[in-house]
Write a protein that binds this ligand. Structure first.
Ligand code: SF4
Length: 327
């Protein structure tokens, strides 16, 4: 137990907004710093007993979450339902994507105790479905694949029935590293394309669309249930969205998420357009018609938002995988 509770050197990876909330630092007075959202974007400051208890437990275990690090607008809603997305491999990312609020830096080596702590909190929460993600670790020879596998195995051991989605980096296109993750048995293998090819270089500076599609196609060829996500509102044209959805289908992606890009701070890319909810619904119908098995689409949708809606898909797959005559 003492080993489980040992925590790594902590970096405060919470968003700028959350670092202010409930802390001694006074809130910003300059209203021009605040984003102007249309009425359908309702990002409330998180509050509530369950939220604060979960926050305390996450921090006591020295864990990071993308919910806090990426300034997710759904933090209050999700955490009050005990739904969170743990971010493994530390709190510093080796890449510097222009949409993302996770700090860039030189990370520490992976903490060998982290898998056990992740498994501990997920078993306490007794969730039916969870998403785990990571910072990108281009500094590691395997991109963090072995640590991923250790985490998946630790979680599967403590929570055998829970549906586990691994939202990974592109491992610099190293398919052997992808195989290491897949062999640990995540129920869903996810990797986000984030944007359309024309904007990719500006949005995901060190990534490439072709490489991401290759990683997804490889996971699909290995038999995984695959998932990807796009942020909309970065300046892409409607036909570019349709084209990239087709590319994802060609790579065999099963599950798609479409959400509105929200600027975490003035240092990040601007929002070029707020798509109304009806447009998200229209895109969802088009995506389903293209053959995606499940689509979550809406202004506040994130890769992990309402991810438990995919539970049936995974359950059907698990049951199909059982040999006739097995219990
Ligand atoms: S949508 Fe995902 S990242 Fe956002 S708060 Fe919910 S679980 Fe966390």
């Amino acid at each position: 137990m003492a080993q489980i509770l040992r925590v790594s050197n902590l970096v405060d990876t919470r968003s700028r907004r959350l670092r202010v909330l409930n802390e001694t630092e006074p809130p910003a007075k300059d209203k021009s710093d605040r984003p102007h959202h249309p009425p359908w974007i309702r990002a409330k400051l998180p509050s509530g007993k369950t939220y604060f208890e979960l926050r305390q437990r996450v921090h006591a275990l020295g864990l990071h979450t993308v919910c806090e690090s990426a300034s997710c607008p759904n933090l209050g809603e999700c955490w009050n339902e005990k739904s969170l997305t743990i971010m493994i491999l530390g709190g510093l990312c080796t890449r510097s994507c222009k949409f993302c609020d996770v700090p860039t830096g030189k990370p520490l080596p992976p903490d060998p105790d982290e898998p056990a702590r992740v498994a501990a909190i997920l078993s306490e929460l007794a969730l039916a479905h969870t998403v785990i993600t990571c910072v990108t670790r281009d500094d590691l020879p395997d991109g963090g694949a072995a640590h991923w596998a250790a985490t998946i195995r630790a979680v599967k051991q403590r929570c055998p029935d829970m549906v586990l989605e691994a939202l990974t980096s592109d491992f610099k296109g190293d398919t052997a590293a992808v195989d290491v993750v897949l062999q640990a048995g995540p129920d869903v293998f996810a990797h986000n394309l984030e944007t359309v090819p024309r904007l990719a270089r500006e949005v995901r500076v060190q990534a490439s669309v072709e490489r991401s599609l290759r990683v997804l196609a490889h996971a699909k060829q290995r038999g995984a249930l695959t998932k990807s996500g796009l942020m909309l509102g970065l300046g892409e044209a409607p036909d570019e969205i349709r084209d990239v959805m087709r590319l994802l289908r060609q790579a065999g992606v099963d599950i798609l998420t479409l959400g509105q890009y929200l600027r975490p701070s003035r240092q990040h890319l601007s929002v070029e357009r707020h798509l109304p909810p009806e447009e998200f619904e229209q895109l969802k119908q088009e995506a389903l018609a293209m053959g995606f098995a499940h689509v979550e689409s809406g202004p506040l949708v994130r890769s992990s938002y309402h991810a438990s809606n995919q539970h049936d898909l995974v359950a059907a797959r698990r049951s199909a995988a059982k040999q006739p005559g097995q219990a």
